[in-house]
Design a protein around this ligand. Sequence first.
Ligand SMILES: *Cc1c(COP(=O)(O)O)cnc(C)c1O
Length: 234
Amino acid sequence: MPADARTERLGRNLAAVESRLEAACRAAGRERSDLVLIAVTKTFPADDVRRLAALGVHDFGENRDQEAAPKAAALRDVALGWHFVGQLQTNKCRSVASYADAVHSVDRLRLVEVLGRAAEQAGRTVDVFVQVSLDDDQARGGATSEELPALADAVAGASGIRLVGVMAVAPVAADAERAFERLATIAARLRVDHPDAVSISAGMSGDLEAAIAAGATHVRIGTALLGDRAPVVR
Ligand SMILES: *Cc1c(COP(=O)(O)O)cnc(C)c1O
């Protein structure tokens, strides 16, 4: 990838994001190395992934299989971690399990069964974050706190997938700090039964500081790294 103007732009954005991450870690008494930065590249081309990879980013997030599958295929020559962060349909599990290293959006029992089987058939182990709804309004996905224990037990008991923690998106209208504190409480409760499920996927461009303060281990950053997205035509 030539050092073009786009690479320079991405490099500046990455430096700005890194300084926010470092400041947030410092404020929380945490280490930057405890945090995984996932660049959410949805709507941006595979070449941007290549540019960010050359700048040192290793983990990439996508939210639609139709877009993620060809992008991951185009980048097979680069060793990257692929994170599927969007709502997942059972008929996409086979495809997603073929390239995703982690799925952050498992929010119902039926998905556990289908994704686990697909991963097993692909001869892979896929990390699973159980997505929780922080306002118990499931419009944007996420299990309710009542559903979470059974869902987590199912993930932990399935082959092909591995329970690594929880994921959430802060509700639009909510105070992000309170929302992520609630997530931290849910995560702590989960670790009583599943001590290895230590990951917390939380924080986007607008609220990464609040997420890091509340213990996020994986931040999912799109706009602040890549710029504004064109509207998606579905
Ligand atoms: C798009 C997306 C992000 C990144 O959001 P930005 O606000 O652009 O940083 C994070 N998480 C999920 C689930 C997304 O769909």
